[in-house]
Design a protein around this ligand. Structure first.
Ligand SMILES: [Fe+2]
Ligand SMILES: [Fe+2]
Length: 312
């Protein structure tokens, strides 16, 4: 039987399940709770305490998962009486699930799930003061650094694009592209994957070349899909480019949304490569990245960081 992952943070206790829940334990899938049953708070807590990140759902029930995630996303975004943390947990869970599904199976349903997750994340951040700061402060699972980075970049780049008053359809594409921009990292050779946690400015010329290949891999996974626009594909292909031509494609011109994505990607990559706070990272970033991005964009970026409380 084939399975698809589902983030544990999207599942609420005491609600009737619309699919079977499995866990992966000692090299095998075990049924943890069946369709129609109610998962108790106690059973769910037990897994959270054990640091389990994913449930697994039989592949033939994947449509039920999609319906379930859409509903969970709407609730987390619009239902009254929820705390910011609770909303972020669900949105983050749906986004993580959609990124995982897109890397495995980049079909239209999974792409739409990614789009919805990106919209949900934007909405939660727009409606809840300090949500972006909380997102940045959240500890992800060690193995999920790419997912944590993708969410950070999505949240930050769309805030920046909103500040620049870019057209709404461009911001929507930017949000979606940001969530899946690094799915090509998993296609790097096993020795090169740790480069993800190294600052770009510390790369040797050879490491820069090898790491740069992931942009082509990400774009390739998504190319020739009629439901993915050329703009989304280019955002992903060009996310490591800058105005000095140091990126893998050696471009020196970027569209405004591509520049937003590239800048926020470079900033968050530096953030995850060190243990420093965003305010400390920004100091070095500001110096090192002048000339790689428009000065006005860097200044706008500083305003966004300040407004979101990330420079405190
Ligand atoms: Fe990247
Ligand atoms: Fe990235």
């Amino acid at each position: 039987m084939d399975f698809v992952p589902l983030r544990i943070t999207t599942v609420k206790a005491e609600k009737s399940l619309t699919f079977d829940l499995y866990i992966f334990f000692k090299d095998q899938y075990l049924c943890y709770s069946s369709k129609g049953n109610i998962l108790s708070e106690e059973k769910l807590e037990k897994l959270i305490k054990q640091d389990v990140a994913d449930f697994f759902i039989p592949f033939d029930q994947v449509d039920n998962v999609t319906i379930f995630l859409d509903k969970a996303l709407k609730e987390a975004t619009y239902a009254e009486g929820l705390g910011t943390e609770e909303r972020l947990d669900v949105v983050e869970g749906v986004a993580a699930t959609s990124i995982e599904h897109m890397s495995e199976n980049p079909n239209e349903a999974n792409f739409n799930m990614t789009k919805n997750a990106a919209t949900g994340l934007r909405e939660v951040i727009r409606r809840n003061p300090h949500a972006l700061k909380r997102l940045f402060g959240k500890k992800g699972h060690e193995s999920d650094l790419i997912i944590k980075h993708s969410l950070n970049v999505c949240a930050l780049a769309t805030r920046l694009a909103e500040h620049l008053k870019l057209p709404e359809d461009e911001i929507e594409d930017l949000a979606t592209a940001a969530l899946i921009h690094d799915i090509g990292i998993t296609k790097l050779s096993i020795e090169d994957v740790p480069l993800f946690e190294k600052d770009k400015d510390d790369f040797s010329p050879d490491e820069r070349l090898r790491y740069g290949q992931h942009t082509n891999s990400s774009a390739k996974i998504l190319s020739e899909k009629p439901f993915i626009s050329k703009r989304v594909e280019n955002l992903i292909l060009n996310h490591e480019e800058d105005l000095r031509g140091t990126g893998p494609q050696k471009l020196t011109k970027l569209t405004p949304s591509e520049e937003c994505l590239s800048l926020c990607n470079a900033f968050d990559k530096r953030l995850i490569s060190t243990n420093q706070k965003p305010s400390e990272i920004y100091k070095s970033f500001q110096v090192d990245y002048i000339g790689r991005y428009n000065l006005e964009l860097i200044q706008r970026f500083e305003l966004v960081l300040k407004e979101e409380g990330l420079l405190e």
